[in-house]
Each structure stands twice: as C-alpha cells, then as structure tokens.
Design a protein around this ligand. Structure first.
Ligand SMILES: [Zn+2]
Length: 352
C-alpha cells in the first residue's frame, strides 16, 4: 500500500532526516543502495522520495510533497512518466534483462536503462526504483553498471536490496548505501492496526512480535490458509522423537500446493522455514525469560504449544539449522533435498 506522505509513513526516521538534509543542502548522490529486511517499507520510502522530488506543488527542499498536484496524483497511480519502477516478476526467480535493457531486436532500445536516458517529460528529472536488486544476474548487472557509471544528469536511482553481500562489488562501490532496520514492535503494531489486520492493540502487538519487524511476515502470520498448516507444523516440531519423514512430507506437500512453478514454491518454502525459525526462537525467549509476564507467556504457549521440551543448546542448534536452510534456499539448492536434510537434522538435534 502506498503511503501518501511522510506524515503517514511509519518508522525509518533517521533515514528520513538524512535525506531531508541531503536534499536541503543540495548534496544528494545519484545512486542509492537501500538495504534492509523484506517488508519494512524500503520501496515505499523510495517512492515517497520520488514524490518529494517530482512534486510540482512544493519545493523538494521542504521535504513534504503537496499531494494535490498532477505529479503527486500520477505517482500515487503509478503513472508518472518520469518514475521508472521495476521488480522481479512473480513467476521469475530474478529480474530479467528485458526489464533493464530490452530483449532481442529491442535490446538497448527499451527497458529501464534506456528510458532513464530519455529527456524527463516533466522537465525535472528521471527517477528509477529497482526492487529485488538482489536478483539481478551478472549479465544484467553489467548492463546496469554502464548506467551507474554515467548516470544521466539529474537522475536518481534507487536499488532495493535485502543484503549487501548479494550485490556485486562493482555495483556496490558505485552506490551510496542506506541501511534500514526492522520496524520496532510498536511501529509494526500500528501498521497492523492501520491495515485492519488486528482489532485491538494487544492482538496487534502479539502479531507484531511474531513477525519480527516485517509487514511481509505479518501477512504470512495472519493468512488463514497458512494458519492451519503452521499449527500442524508446530505440532510435528514438538513431537519426541521427531518423525522427520512425516515432517518432510508435510512441508513438501504444502510447498507443492502453490503450483508447479519453481519460484512460488521457493517463496512458500521460505515462509515455512521462517515459521520453524520463529518456533525455535520463541522457545529460546521463553527459556531466557524474555517472555516474563504471565499473559505473554500463555500467549506464546497457545501459539507454539509447550516449548520447554528442548534444552537451550538444542534450541540454538535448531535455530541455526533453520537459518542455514534458508540461506541454502537462496543459493538455489534443490528444495526437495533441502527439506529432507533439514528435517533429518532437526530430528537429530531434538534427540540431543
Ligand atoms: Zn505535489
């Protein structure tokens, strides 16, 4: 959802004032790498910056787009001709060349890098937002690099990424880096209320705690269809001994339920691994007595069942194993073998 202006945008205040000062002092770089976890508002932030810079009703230095002019309306409607946005298409594993520089006969005659060189329609500047910049393959990165080396005069380019390590050093070195932190539980619960995901602040805070600072995770935690599976997953993770064949089968089955395309399957597996990760983390928090009041403790027990069946060293090992599986998934390991190895290791860990 598009936030209309900075007043309604939640969080990331340091980053806001950093940009406000840079614009005011006229020392805004041309290319930015915005790095931080998924679902915390990086793209929305970039769009608000674009609105601030392209609004014709108020000067950028005021850092408050008017929200009434045609430019502001066009940005809200994603139709502003000088704001170019690309993101990974849902059915693809990566941004594709066509989106950056065109393909076949149209190579170098369309795509974001090409359009960025065109004269701004508004006479102001061209702004590009490249979401999922983590997924640009090497060929695409090389094309993009040419643009980053000589950005068209006045243009602004925002690359949105979840990890600095996933950017090629050549790209990284040409960008000004801006780091974003997860939202605080307070900020996230306000967003949850605003989106009508929870009815009251207690419920919102509970969901916010599960979602570890990310709206993307909130959507998964509140998805009804996933809820039933999550309860079953947690039930299996609690079993002693852990039946790893059964666990692998359940996970595989749920992953395959999203269709035959590989990318949606990977996305789903990532969500499942996050659920498991949260399960073990909640166990650690209970042991470390971070969940110290009776109400949150019973809420945790209700969510996860009785977690105390594992000792702290086993919980740490299980958390690490889930994180490792998540990383391997990003490295394009076959999901089926990943699930089997992960489930088998969890069974061993849970017996220790
Ligand atoms: Zn405006």
């Amino acid at each position: 959802m598009m936030q209309k202006d900075w007043n309604s945008f939640l969080g990331h205040e340091k980053q806001q004032s950093w940009f406000r000062n840079a614009i005011r002092n006229n020392r805004l770089a041309s290319t930015f790498l915005m790095v931080g976890p998924e679902g915390i508002g990086k793209r929305t932030f970039a769009r608000l910056l674009a609105k601030t810079m392209l609004c014709t009703g108020s000067d950028p230095s005021i850092f408050a787009p008017c929200c009434h002019c045609e430019a502001c309306a066009q940005i809200d409607a994603s139709t502003h001709p000088d704001l170019l946005e690309i993101a990974r298409r849902p059915d693809k594993t990566a941004l594709i060349m066509e989106q950056l520089v065109g393909e076949g006969e149209m190579r170098m005659r369309e795509g974001l890098c090409y359009e960025l060189r065109m004269k701004p329609y508004s006479g102001r500047r061209k702004i590009a937002i490249i979401d999922d910049a983590d997924t640009i393959a090497e060929e695409g990165a090389n094309s993009l690099l040419k643009t980053l080396e000589e950005p068209p005069p006045g243009s602004l380019i925002f690359l949105i990424s979840t990890s600095v390590q996933r950017q090629l050093p050549t790209i990284r070195s040409r960008c000004q880096m801006v780091r974003f932190q997860p939202l605080t539980s307070d900020e996230l619960s306000q967003l949850i209320l605003r989106h009508g995901i929870a009815d009251n602040i207690e419920e919102a805070l509970t969901v916010a705690t599960q979602a570890a600072g990310s709206m993307a995770a909130v959507a998964n935690w509140t998805n009804e269809e996933l809820r039933a599976f999550r309860l079953e997953l947690f039930r299996q993770l609690r079993q002693r001994p852990l039946d790893f064949t059964k666990l692998a089968k359940a996970v595989q089955g749920n992953m395959e339920s999203v269709g035959t395309e590989s990318q949606p399957r990977r996305e789903r597996l990532k969500v499942i691994l996050d659920f498991a990760l949260n399960f073990y983390r909640a166990g650690m928090r209970t042991i470390l007595a971070e969940i110290d009041n009776e109400a949150s403790r019973s809420a945790a027990v209700e969510q996860y069942g009785h977690l105390m069946t594992l000792g702290s060293s086993s919980l740490v090992a299980a958390v690490q194993r889930c994180m490792e599986a998540r990383e391997h998934l990003d490295r394009m390991v076959s999901p089926a073998s990943l699930i089997e190895a992960w489930a088998a290791d969890l069974a061993v860990i849970s017996q220790a």
